[in-house]
Structures are given as C-alpha cells and as structure tokens.
Design a binder for this molecule. Structure first.
Ligand code: PXG
Length: 291
C-alpha cells in the first residue's frame, strides 16, 4: 500500500508531501512535534501525546489550527489509511510560511503534517545485554534558554550531544545540566536503581517529561517497587545497582556501563528485567484502536 501523509487537511503521497522553503519550521526550527507508536493496531498513550503537543505549542505561542479533538481524529484516520498494525507516528506543527525575518506574526497559517512510518525496532541483543554510554560536554538546555519540556523542532542541543557520543564510539549520551546533575539522554529519559529504589530526575532538572517515563513510574508503583524523582549526580550513576533508558521508540534499554564504570555486576539488572516484562504486558493491553 502506498504511504499517505496528512498535510494541512489532505492526504498526499510522499512525493507530494512538500512544505515551503519559507516555512519557519525549516528556517528557524520554529515548531513542535510528537513521536508516537502503535502496538497491534492501537495507538499507545494518544491522549498523553496530544496533551504534551498542545502544551508545547502553547509555550511557544503557536496556535494549532485544529482542536485537540480534530487533530486526534486526523491522527487516527492517517494511521488507518496507512494500514500498518505496528508503526511510528510523527506529528509536526510548524509556525508556517513567513518571510526571511524571525517575526512569527508574519506566518499566517501553521503547517500541520502527520507521517506514518515503520517503527525502528531495537535489536533484541541490545535489550538482553545492555549498552555502554557516556556523559558528554554539551549541557542540556536550561529552562531559561529553551525549556526542555517543550518538544520543539530545535533538537540541535541533543544532536550535538549525540555527535559527541558517536565521536567517542558510543550509541547514546547522558546530558548533564549546568549544575552537573543528570537530565536525560539525547532522545530518552534515564532511570537508576539505588538502594532498591527506582529513581529518575525531576523535569525541573531540565528534561522532557517522557510518556514512557510516566508509564514506567506507574508500572513500578503497581509492582510495589518504590519509585521517585530525585536529583542524580554522576556519583549516583556510577554507584547505581541498575540503570536503563526509556523512550517511545527505544521502550526500555538497559545500561551496563557509564563512562567506563560497570553498573552493578555489568549484566542487565533483575528490576530492569521485571519492569521490561511488565511494560510489554502494559502496551499489549493499552491504546486507541484505529484499524
Ligand atoms: N527525551 C527526549 C529529548 C526525547 O526526544 C524522550 C526523552 C522520551 O520521551 P517519550 O515520550 O518518547 O517516552 C524523547 C522522545 C526518534 C524518536 O525518532 C525520539 C523520541 C521519541 C520517538 C522517536 O528518535 N524522543
């Protein structure tokens, strides 16, 4: 079946899905987005992603030209038309076409598009054995610069950190804030287990409030694993019993080494494995149907 992309209210083929070179999403990274996925014909945590999208848009004073309900219907429709049971959904809203100046008020119509694509599945080996990551020099944006809770089209901060990790031969980077505390990775949130307690930094440290992060906190509480937001330093990372990352695409990725220090016994931890299993069950039972 040919891929159909929703673009400003119409369904078009990939080759016709084009936006202007004057679009401020392209010229200035002026816009917001969401990355969702589906499991077996159901969109995972659709409402939560929509809430985050509209909050991101509000923060940057961008009026999404559709109500939340109408955009939700458009997403469901786009997923249905594309007909894949397990897919990735990218929803993007840009400031729209303007002139070459920054002035957002010159952009009269926001650009809205929805892409349904294949979900990138992480190799099972990586999830079984865990990965090694590093902290990098590029700091996460502070809230006073560009609020990291806003999922904006400005990802250069994270891309730079990603490049630093790749240059050093690693797949992911842990980004610290200006005070040197742990925030998140370049496209995933981070958790540690310390004193048998599941810990993740608060969004006030400067990080995206991940949907998967929220689900993991919920699952942990249901499993009677104590879970809380806490300030995490590199000292806490290196001394942790276990560590893992969470994200829509990545789901739950175990970390076995950070900055050359082995985490726990260097094997994927038992609590991480328990949470991974519970997460799989959770996603099977949840979601908005579209087929
Ligand atoms: N932090 C950042 C900076 C992110 O971009 C997450 C954490 C995890 O949030 P969620 O809500 O997904 O649990 C993200 C999300 C991709 C891709 O294509 C990236 C994300 C989500 C989906 C796809 O690389 N990042």
């Amino acid at each position: 079946m040919e891929q159909k992309i929703y673009l400003n209210g119409e369904f078009v083929s990939r080759k016709d899905a084009k936006v202007s070179v004057y679009d401020h999403g392209l010229l200035y990274g002026d816009g917001v987005f969401e990355g969702l996925r589906t499991y077996n014909g159901r969109i995972f945590k659709l409402q939560e992603h929509m809430d985050r999208l509209y909050k991101s848009a509000k923060y940057i004073c961008l009026d999404i030209p559709l109500t939340k309900e109408k955009l939700t219907v458009a997403i469901i429709k786009t997923a249905r038309i594309n007909g894949q049971k397990d897919c990735y959904i990218r929803v993007v809203v840009t400031r729209g076409e303007g002139d070459l100046g920054l002035a957002p008020e010159k952009c009269k119509n926001a650009t809205v598009f929805i892409i349904i694509d294949k979900i990138k599945l992480y190799p099972e080996k990586l999830c079984k054995e865990g990965i090694e990551i590093i902290t990098v020099p590029t700091q996460r944006n502070s809230s006073q610069n560009l609020e990291p809770q806003v999922k904006s089209l400005n990802y250069l901060n994270n891309i730079l950190a990603n490049i630093e990790a790749k240059n050093a031969g690693f797949k992911e980077a842990i980004m610290l804030n200006r005070e040197g505390f742990v925030t998140e990775c370049t496209a995933d949130n981070i958790f540690i287990i310390e004193d048998d307690i599941l810990k993740t930094p608060s969004t006030h440290m400067g990080l995206l409030g991940g949907i998967t992060r929220g689900v993991v906190m919920e699952i942990a509480k249901k499993m009677s694993i104590e879970a809380k937001e806490e300030t995490i330093s590199r000292y806490n990372l290196f001394g942790a019993q276990e560590c893992f990352l969470t994200g829509t695409a990545a789901e739950i990725i175990p970390i076995v080494k950070i900055d050359g220090r082995t985490i726990g016994n260097g094997k994927v931890g038992s609590i991480t494995n328990k949470i991974r299993k519970a997460f799989k069950k959770f996603v099977d039972a949840d979601g908005t149907p579209y087929l």
